[in-house]
Design a protein around this ligand. Structure first.
Ligand SMILES: Cc1cc2nc3c(=O)[nH]c(=O)nc-3n(C[C@H](O)[C@H](O)[C@H](O)COP(=O)(O)OP(=O)(O)OC[C@H]3O[C@@H](n4cnc5c(N)ncnc54)[C@H](O)[C@@H]3O)c2cc1C
Length: 620
């Protein structure tokens, strides 16, 4: 499936400043150079780390990105079009393997960014972070310095927060502290200018269910009902993703080269070891149907994301012997944890039809004159009224289990989780034990289920009917016990790896999922929201929720963990300096190093990881 707008993207690419010195598709030239640091993957973490490393002009940095550039493409740039570039040329378009969990579960599509900026060019622009205890858990798992204080300062380093106007803050009902955010970073953060009737009612609706408002959700405790900002640059109301934030402004740097449309196939190893560890000397990539090799003088940094990072490690000979033997790849380092410990936020949702065709994002699809009027407001950067094309996803709530199911049921569920973890023989059992603390010691300050409202039909369980408008409420589970894997099944980088999330392989997860959908209905039935709706479309009043949650779920697109930062004997792939065990100069910097999932959307955390990684690399 190719976006009808892809020709626009190509034209924009040809016209724009992205053809400035650093960014090119001249593979010949790239391959004849050699770089101190080769960064594989020009996505969220890759561009961040490349930008920081190349601030030091003693080092040369070469970035290889498999995708192209989305510069100037409205389906990437316009906030209210979020989701429009999923399934296009900017998406790897992965699909998970159907699996056996509580029962058979279907395969689901997994979007992943394939472009300069990676998944930040494809995502839904939610900008948030988890509770402090979740980052502190990473340190307790053996990663000194990887705690809330450090991650908070690096996440702040990545962002420039723009305070909402008094009118906008009052429409949302928020009291924002700029000190909760960074002020000098590359990613521009602001609140969506368009405040829908749905958004206005969020706090009161949740308050009527006993959920308190949280005005500081990004400052270390995200539990409660909140309005959260987005990565929108308010100066032109466009998506501030990794490419415009970190790369385009420095694209004339002489010590930085970025090659697009270049698929890295493997890392090549020197014949000599260093201190018993293997040494990367170059990487092989293909571009325009030809194969090239480019030399790395200091390090290779893998930033291919949670799916492709384990794939590249395995293609390069690092992984479980059994996996590599089956795929026909020679073993270089036997590291069985590569591709394991995969964790995701499984998502269930419900959809309600709006009475009287009330205006939502669906109206853009249903009514061409409305769409044109909103496009004109957007083009004019109108504040009053703001265009619906400025709208993203501000309404969020992270809730503990007891809030969702009540104390008694929560106790029973926790007991079930404890029994499961006690019986586990997984190498990453310590991480599972830390996860239990979120249910026990930190149960009030670490959310187990996220709830959010979407102003339109955006639920993988179904499709909208023409000329109707909808509200979607979603309930993604934040701390599943199920763990999956990503592995190669051939020696070719062009073959997609096998993604097995093992959703619902632990019955606890299914029970939490059902509880989430039950609670969505409670939100929809509040006196604030119920008058807006005519019919429950999904799950549908007659639906069997056990079956619905097993068969109609999707992903929140937050996979992590396949190159976990953990001690080697506890399921680790990288150490706390992000170096791959057994190598002297290969690091992983991306979402795959997260050893234990967080109750947050992942982009701000990934930028924080990359900012911290750059300091680790530069400061030794
Ligand atoms: C549809 C969607 C919605 C999301 N919504 C949100 C949201 O609202 N808020 C939020 O915080 N997070 C969201 N996320 C998650 C967030 O965007 C990601 O967790 C984060 O961007 C991942 O960063 P990364 O650096 O690990 O990987 P990526 O940003 O995906 O970067 C990996 C890059 O490596 C490239 N690459 C891979 N393999 C190779 C290879 N062999 N050779 C060369 N290049 C290669 C890829 O093309 C890609 O550009 C969403 C993600 C998706 C997909």
């Amino acid at each position: 499936r190719v976006s009808p707008r892809s020709s626009f993207a190509r034209t924009a690419k040809a016209d724009s400043n992205i053809v400035s010195r650093s960014i090119s598709s001249d593979a010949e030239r790239f391959a004849t150079s050699s770089y101190d640091y080769i960064v594989v993957g020009g996505g969220t973490a890759g561009l961040t780390v490349a930008a920081r490393l190349s601030e030091n002009d003693h080092y040369t940095v070469g970035v290889l990105e498999a995708g192209g550039s989305g510069f100037g493409d409205p389906i990437v740039d316009i906030p209210g079009k979020y989701g429009a570039d999923v399934g296009t040329i900017y998406d790897w378009n992965y699909t998970t393997t159907a699996g056996t969990g509580v029962t058979d579960v279907p395969s689901v599509p997994w979007a992943r960014g394939k472009m300069l900026g990676g998944s930040t060019g494809l995502n839904f622009l939610v900008w948030n972070r988890a509770s402090r205890h979740e980052y502190d858990a990473w340190e307790r798992l053996g990663n000194e310095g990887w705690n809330w204080e450090s991650m908070y300062s690096y996440m702040k380093k990545a962002e420039s927060f723009h305070q909402p106007s008094r009118e906008l803050a009052s429409s949302f009902g928020i009291d924002v502290s700029a000190s909760d955010y960074g002020s000098t970073g590359s990613v521009q953060i602001s609140f969506t200018k368009y405040v829908s009737p749905l958004a206005r009612k969020w706090f009161h609706a949740l308050e009527s269910l006993g959920i308190m408002k949280n005005d500081h959700p990004l400052a270390g405790n995200n539990v409660g009902a909140s309005m959260q900002p987005s990565d929108i640059d308010p100066r032109n109301t466009t998506r501030s993703y990794a490419a415009p934030a970190y790369l385009f402004p420095i694209a004339d740097r002489k010590n930085l080269d970025v090659l697009i449309d270049a698929l890295v196939r493997k890392i090549n190893w020197s014949s000599k070891k260093s201190g018993g560890n293997v040494v990367a000397k170059s990487v092989t990539f293909t571009s325009g149907g030809k194969e090239y090799t480019v030399a790395a003088k200091r390090e290779v940094i893998i930033s291919c994301g949670t799916v492709n990072t384990p794939q590249l490690l395995e293609l390069s000979g690092i992984g479980a012997k059994t996996v590599l033997d089956k795929a026909g790849v020679d073993l270089v380092i036997d590291l069985p944890s590569v591709g394991e410990n995969l964790q995701d936020h499984l998502l269930n949702c419900g959809v309600w039809e709006r009475k009287n065709n009330a205006i939502t994002l669906d109206t853009l699809r249903n009514n061409m004159s409305f769409a044109q009027q909103q496009a004109a407001l957007y083009a004019n950067q109108s504040d009053d009224p703001a265009s619906i094309l400025d709208e993203t996803v501000p309404n969020i709530a992270y809730l503990p289990l007891s809030t969702v199911v009540g104390e008694t049921d929560a106790k029973a569920l926790v007991a079930e989780a404890v029994a499961y973890v006690n019986a586990s023989t997984a190498p990453y059992k310590r991480a599972l034990q830390e996860q239990l603390l979120f249910l026990q010691q930190y149960s009030d300050v670490v959310g187990q289920i996220e709830f959010f409202a979407l102003d339109g039909f955006q639920c993988p369980a179904g499709t909208p009917e023409p000329n109707k408008t909808y509200t979607t409420f979603a309930a993604p589970q934040q701390h599943s016990l199920s763990r999956g894997s990503v592995h190669i099944n051939s020696s070719s980088a062009s073959d997609y790896p096998v993604i097995k999330p093992n959703y619902y392989s632990v019955p606890f997860d299914h029970k939490v999922a059902v509880a989430g959908v039950v609670y969505l209905r409670k939100i929809a039935a509040t006196s604030l929201y119920a008058p807006l709706f005519s019919t429950e479309i999904l799950p549908g009043e007659e639906a069997d929720l056990q079956h619905y949650t097993l068969t109609r779920f999707g992903t929140e697109f937050h996979p992590v963990g396949t190159a976990s930062m953990l001690p080697k004997t506890q399921g680790g792939v990288v150490d706390s300096s992000l170096k791959v065990y057994g190598t002297s100069n290969v690091r992983v910097v991306d979402a795959s190093i997260i050893p234990l999932h967080i109750s947050a959307h992942t982009q701000a955390t990934v930028y924080g990881i990359a900012e911290k990684a750059a300091d680790i690399i530069l400061l030794g």
